[in-house]
Design a protein around this ligand. Structure first.
Ligand SMILES: NC(=O)c1ccc[n+]([C@@H]2O[C@H](COP(=O)([O-])OP(=O)(O)OC[C@H]3O[C@@H](n4cnc5c(N)ncnc54)[C@H](O)[C@@H]3O)[C@@H](O)[C@H]2O)c1
Length: 445
């Protein structure tokens, strides 16, 4: 190795890889992003960012202008000192993670890397993947490391630049230190550990977060059944510092490209090792049950057969701030309603996923035109600021189901609309007790 700056290569320029490449260039590194999608690479070279992610367009264009960031389609350009694998690891039919993208990349890297290069998994992978990676690379002069990524879509650039921690796993502390060098200018703790532990951290963290959401959603169902108010309950329990306010909000059920995949991956890991992991399997089953419950609640609030109904749906992405619809709970709602015969008028600010029987509308109000029910499926802030009087004039029936709890109950009630939302049992009779006395909705937001 010479004293020159290390060349960083990022393989895969999707949500994780593009953010990683652009942010590392921003930190002053020389970065090459390699992707097999030629159209994407050509667009990126022109500074066109194919995903919706706050701050990413500016990061990419500044990287291109500075000359520290470039994009290539061929592995001939992947001969970096540190190579970060940001490739898909989708779920297989058996529930574990498909490592074929990692294997394919490793076999191509084998022919181009210089001795001493480090191949790092940033993709979420099952524990033990480092052994497969070493086998696929089949080069004793190369090292491997694990550096799981924790960024959240919608705030990916911010999360990359201000992480709670950076986790690096390696068999050799010198290798770990070289990977840690990428992040030295960030003011974040760098946790160096062994390879297996680093690989486990990401899946364990996501399984824990999913469990937290499953718990809150279960509590919302308890509130509905007993007349409790989930906002009040959350305010009461989240103020205990051992519990905290993060991820303490009911919704339509968790989804997205990570939680379903990672929880299933953890369950598969248990099966492979003959371990009972009842919390993990219950977390998944609880989410499935919650999605069934939301579907039934929406149908009940509609009060007529879905085959005779038009339903306006606001939101298709799995969360606000992204165009990602992978495993989106919003789309799960849409698909279930459409499959039961409802006409769906859908509006999302950034995504237009193709779903049979769904009409995409020009804006949120257009979606409401003559609909029998409005369902808010994604928490885009603009939905929370919508003119509910206008919504009330457009709807054919005065009913709103806010799966995300983003509407102001007082404004909805003032517009003459009936509001349904998870965790508010009293709302089934109209407005909740608290709204009726004008206190609005409390609790952590
Ligand atoms: N999306 C997230 O929020 C997030 C967060 C943390 C971790 N992860 C993990 O990171 C990994 C990547 O996720 P993502 O959401 O960025 O995926 P993605 O699908 O958005 O991006 C993957 C990219 O890899 C490219 N690609 C596929 N095969 C390739 C190959 N052989 N060589 C080069 N490029 C190739 C694709 O064209 C695509 O651009 C996954 O393991 C995921 O679980 C994702």
């Amino acid at each position: 190795m010479t004293n020159r700056e290390p060349q960083i290569v990022v393989i895969g320029t999707g949500y994780v890889g593009l953010t990683t490449a652009a942010c590392l260039a921003h930190l002053g590194h020389d970065v090459v992003g390699v992707d097999v999608d030629e159209a994407k690479v050509w667009a990126l070279r022109r500074g066109e960012v194919p995903i919706v992610e706050a701050g990413l367009v500016g990061m990419v264009s500044r990287g291109l202008e500075s000359g520290r960031l470039r994009f290539e389609t061929s592995y001939e350009h992947a001969a970096g000192d540190v190579v970060l694998l940001c490739l898909p690891t989708p779920t297989t039919a058996a529930g574990d993670l498909d490592l074929s993208y990692i294997e394919s990349a490793a076999r191509q890297l084998r022919d181009v890397l210089e001795p001493g290069a480090i191949v790092v998994t940033k993709s979420t992978v099952p524990v033990g993947t480092h052994r497969d990676l070493l086998r696929w690379l089949d080069r004793p002069d190369l090292a491997v490391a694990s550096n799981p990524e924790f960024l959240r879509e919608g705030t990916a650039v911010h999360d990359f630049c201000h992480p709670d921690r950076v986790v690096i796993g390696a068999a050799d502390v010198g290798v770990a230190e070289r990977v840690a060098g990428l992040y030295r200018s960030l003011s974040a703790p760098i946790l160096i550990t062994d390879l297996a532990s680093a690989e486990l951290v990401k899946v364990a963290a996501n399984t824990f977060l999913a469990a937290k959401l499953s718990f809150v959603n279960e509590m919302s169902r308890v509130c509905e059944a007993t007349g409790g108010d989930i906002d009040e309950v959350i305010a009461g329990i989240a103020s205990d510092h051992r519990i905290g306010t993060a991820f303490m909000r009911p919704g339509p059920g968790w989804g997205g490209s990570c939680f379903p995949k990672d929880t299933r991956g953890m369950a598969a890991l248990g099966r492979q090792h003959g371990l009972e992991l009842p919390m993990v399997t219950a977390t998944i089953a609880s989410n499935d049950a919650h999605m069934d419950h939301i579907d039934l609640s929406i149908r009940t609030s509609l009060g007529r057969p879905l085959a005779d109904a038009t339903v306006a749906v606001w939101g298709a992405t799995f969360k606000a701030g992204t165009d990602d619809c992978r495993d989106s709970p919003a789309l799960a709602i849409v698909r279930r309603l459409a499959a039961a015969g409802a006409r769906i008028r859908l509006f999302d600010p950034v995504a237009r996923p193709s779903v049979a029987g769904v009409e995409h509308c020009g804006d949120a109000y257009d979606a409401c035109d003559n609909a029998d029910l409005l369902v808010i499926a994604t928490e885009w802030p603009e939905f929370g600021e919508a003119d509910m009087n206008k919504v009330a004039r457009l709807l054919a029936a005065p009913t709103v189901f806010d799966t995300r709890g983003i509407l102001d109950p007082a404004a909805v009630a003032a517009a003459g609309l009936i509001l349904h939302r998870p965790g508010h049992g009293a709302s089934w009779a109209g407005v909740s007790n608290r709204d009726a006395v004008g206190t609005g909705s409390g609790g952590p937001r």
